[in-house]
Design a protein around this ligand. Structure first.
Ligand SMILES: NC(=O)c1ccc[n+]([C@@H]2O[C@H](COP(=O)([O-])OP(=O)(O)OC[C@H]3O[C@@H](n4cnc5c(N)ncnc54)[C@H](O)[C@@H]3O)[C@@H](O)[C@H]2O)c1
Length: 314
C-alpha cells in the first residue's frame, strides 16, 4: 500500500509544519481540527509558513544561501536546486492543505494519520478511541509525541501493529531529522514504510528500533545538559569554560550552555523540575541547585536567545 492521503491531527506549531512539508512534497494533506477556534489559530500559521518557505528559498538562491546555517535540507538538495520550481511547490502546498472539522470526513480513505496534538495523555486516548472505528483497514497511525511513549496508546488505536512514533524537530524544513520509533507490537512492515515516508517528505529518517523515552537525540542531549549545569552549580567551572571544553574537545559547533540558550531556560527549568522528587541519595545531579540557578536567571528575564540573554548575551 502506498501512502497518498495524509491526515494531520492537531494544527499547532508542529502540526502546521508537518502538514505544509508533506504537501510541499506532493502528498494529499488534510489537517483535522476540533473547533472553529482552532481554524482561527492554524490558518495564520500556514500563512506564515508560506512566507517562511518563500523567503528561505530566495535566500538559498543567493551565494550566502549555500552556507549550512542558511541551507534548508527539507526544501531542496544543493545539486538539483531550482528556486522557481521550489517556490511553485511551496505555493501549491499552501493551496493544497485542507482544514477539516468533521473527523469522519477528514480520515475517510486516509493512508496515514499523524497525531500531533498537545502532550495530554487523556486527550490523546480520547482522540484515538474516537478515531479507531472511523478508519479504513489500511490506515497507519503515527504520533509525534516528544515525551509520551507509543505503547501508552497502542491498544486505544485498535491497530497496534500499525501504530508507532514519527518524531519531528521544530522548523522541519531546516532541522529535518525524523526519529521513527517502534513499540513492541509494531509490525516491521509499517516501521519500514514510515521510514520511507519520512524520506519521501525530505526528512532524514533515523530508525529507533525499540521504545526509548527521549528517542535518540534527547537520550544523549538531556544528560549532557544536566552534566554541564551540574558542573556549574557545583562550582566546578563557569558556562564559557564548560562550553569550550565541549566544543574544542569534540569539534561540536555549540556547547551545552549555548544549546540551553537556544532551547530556552524555561523549558530546561521544566525538565529539571520533573527530577526534583528524585531522592538526593540516588540523584546523580544537584537538581535542587539547578532549579534555584534557573529560577534566578528566569526571574531576571534571562530566558535565553528569545529574550536576548541567557547564559550568553545575543
Ligand atoms: N514544539 C516542538 O518543538 C515539538 C517538537 C517535536 C514534537 N512535538 C510534539 O508535537 C505535539 C504538538 O506539539 P506542538 O508544539 O505543535 O503543540 P501546540 O500547542 O502548538 O499545538 C497543539 C495542537 O493540538 C491541538 N489539540 C490539543 N488538544 C486537542 C484535542 N483534544 N483534540 C484536537 N486537537 C487538540 C491544539 O488545538 C493545537 O492545534 C506534541 O505531542 C509535542 O510533544 C513538539
Amino acid at each position: 500500500m502506498e501512502i497518498h492521503k495524509v491526515v494531520v491531527a492537531g494544527g499547532g506549531v508542529l502540526g502546521s509544519q508537518i502538514a505544509y512539508q508533506a504537501a510541499y512534497c506532493g502528498f494529499d494533506v488534510t489537517i483535522w481540527l476540533r473547533s472553529e477556534g482552532s481554524i482561527g489559530r492554524t490558518q495564520p500559521k500556514l500563512d506564515k509558513l508560506k512566507e517562511v518557505y518563500r523567503e528561505t528559498i530566495e535566500k538559498m538562491a543567493t551565494p550566502a544561501g549555500k552556507s549550512p546555517a542558511v541551507w534548508a535540507r527539507g526544501i531542496a538538495d544543493a545539486e538539483t536546486f531550482d528556486p522557481a520550481a521550489c517556490i511553485q511547490k511551496a505555493e501549491q502546498a499552501y493551496a493544497g492543505v485542507k482544514l477539516e472539522l468533521d473527523m469522519a470526513k477528514a480520515v475517510a480513505d486516509a493512508d496515514l494519520i499523524i497525531e500531533t496534538m498537545a502532550e495530554d495523555v487523556q486527550e490523546k486516548i480520547a482522540f484515538y478511541t474516537k478515531l479507531a472505528p472511523l478508519l479504513p483497514e489500511k490506515t497507519i497511525i503515527v504520533t509525534n509525541s516528544s515525551t509520551l511513549l507509543p505503547s501508552m496508546f497502542a491498544e486505544h488505536t485498535g491497530r497496534p501493529e500499525k501504530y508507532l512514533s514519527l518524531h519531528f524537530a521544530n522548523t522541519i524544513w531546516r532541522n529535518n531529522t525524523a526519529e521513527v520509533m517502534a513499540q513492541s507490537k509494531t509490525d516491521p512492515r509499517y516501521f519500514d514504510q514510515i521510514l520511507a515516508f519520512a524520506n519521501d517528505i525530505r526528512m532524514i529518517a533515523l530508525p529507533v528500533r525499540k521504545e526509548k523515552a527521549g528517542y535518540l537525540l534527547n537520550s544523549m542531549l538531556v544528560p549532557l545538559l544536566f552534566s554541564a549545569m551540574d558542573l556549574f552549580v557545583d562550582g566546578v567551572s563557569e558556562p564559557e569554560s564548560i562550553d569550550k571544553a565541549w566544543t574544542l574537545g569534540t569539534g561540536a559547533p555549540f556547547g551545552p550552555f549555548r544549546i540551553l540558550d537556544t532551547v530556552g531556560l524555561t523549558t530546561a527549568h521544566n525538565i529539571v523540575k520533573t527530577y526534583l522528587h528524585v531522592p538526593e541519595a540516588i540523584a546523580p545531579y544537584h537538581f535542587k541547585a539547578m532549579d534555584e540557578m534557573l529560577s534566578k536567571y528566569i526571574a531576571e528575564g534571562k530566558l535565553g536567545k528569545s529574550t536576548g540573554e541567557g547564559f550568553y548575551k545575543y
